[in-house]
Design a binder for this molecule. Sequence first.
Ligand SMILES: NC(=O)c1ccc[n+]([C@@H]2O[C@H](COP(=O)([O-])OP(=O)(O)OC[C@H]3O[C@@H](n4cnc5c(N)ncnc54)[C@H](O)[C@@H]3O)[C@@H](O)[C@H]2O)c1
Length: 329
Amino acid sequence: MEICLVGAGRIGEVHSKNINDNKKTNLKYVVDINFIAAKKIAKKYNAIPLKSVDEAIKKNDFDSVLIGSATNTHINFIKKFSNQGKNILCEKPIDLDINKVRECIKTLKKNKTKFFIGFMRRFDPSLMKLKKHINEGKIGEIQMISITSRDPMPPPIEYVKVSGGIFLDSQIHDIDLARWLLSENPTEVVSRGSCLIDKKIGRAGDFDSVNTILKTKSGKLCQINNSRQTVYGYDQRVEVFGSKGMISTTNLRDSNLEITTKNITNAKDNYQYFFLERYKDAFINELDNFVNSVEKNLTPAPSFQDGFLEMKIAEAATKSAKKNKIFKI
Ligand SMILES: NC(=O)c1ccc[n+]([C@@H]2O[C@H](COP(=O)([O-])OP(=O)(O)OC[C@H]3O[C@@H](n4cnc5c(N)ncnc54)[C@H](O)[C@@H]3O)[C@@H](O)[C@H]2O)c1
């Protein structure tokens, strides 16, 4: 699969390495309006740097595109590449504007585009095992889920301002996880938010500490808590409670080192620092899933519809926190 990568920032670096390492893919183009960044990645993997998506559209000699540019650029690029018949793997969220996303569904349907949204946590080895045990009925009927997802440090304030807010930018990963694990859509959302870490985030109209409760039609509950700053590293834990038991995943550590001295008992190595480390395998598996699904003509998952529904839930969560109200989906 010949791939054009759009976006040579933080996430572009991850995907470019994985595309280069994958035996079935070749990194053909790297597009970024920051041409220095595009050139840097292209040089590393023997690809061709381009300054704009329109240049890539003119070239047209690739099968698939991986969109990892700033969120507010996604929907325009999705439409352009869909009209050109490309397969698309796009970073989350689909875009900032849900109306444009809703409108785009028609374009994708018309072109029969194979579209995958980048919720890579579904491909994390621990979470895949957890899901398998749930599907096999090991813990019976799910009753409650608890998701903790806390970043080690806040993103730059410039990123916060264009991110769409913590629910759409960050909690959307947990919302995806919740829907995937529950195998049911939430019908009710209640969220609360505070600014406890950095006043600049509050002044930008966002929260840095949030809680959400999702409730499904059958009454299943999921609580999600997010923080933009955790002094002990990236905190990623999931617990699923059911009629026959409980199943959970906890944080991964840099190594299995343990130390015991006169003053320290059984101290373990640090938690992996952030998503680049914690979800390294998930990003690799996500690309594999994209390539294999396209090759075998499988139905895309996670799909555009997943990304759209999760935007709707994240929007409801944002409104709930801002207006102190419960929202129906
Ligand atoms: N799956 C994940 O866990 C994860 C993690 C981080 C970011 N993301 C997503 O990836 C996307 C990028 O985030 P990032 O952290 O890499 O941001 P970034 O700011 O590091 O990189 C974004 C890049 O997009 C480029 N860009 C902006 N407008 C462009 C345009 N018109 N054409 C071409 N390139 C353009 C910028 O120059 C920049 O290099 C966002 O949608 C974000 O939500 C996902």
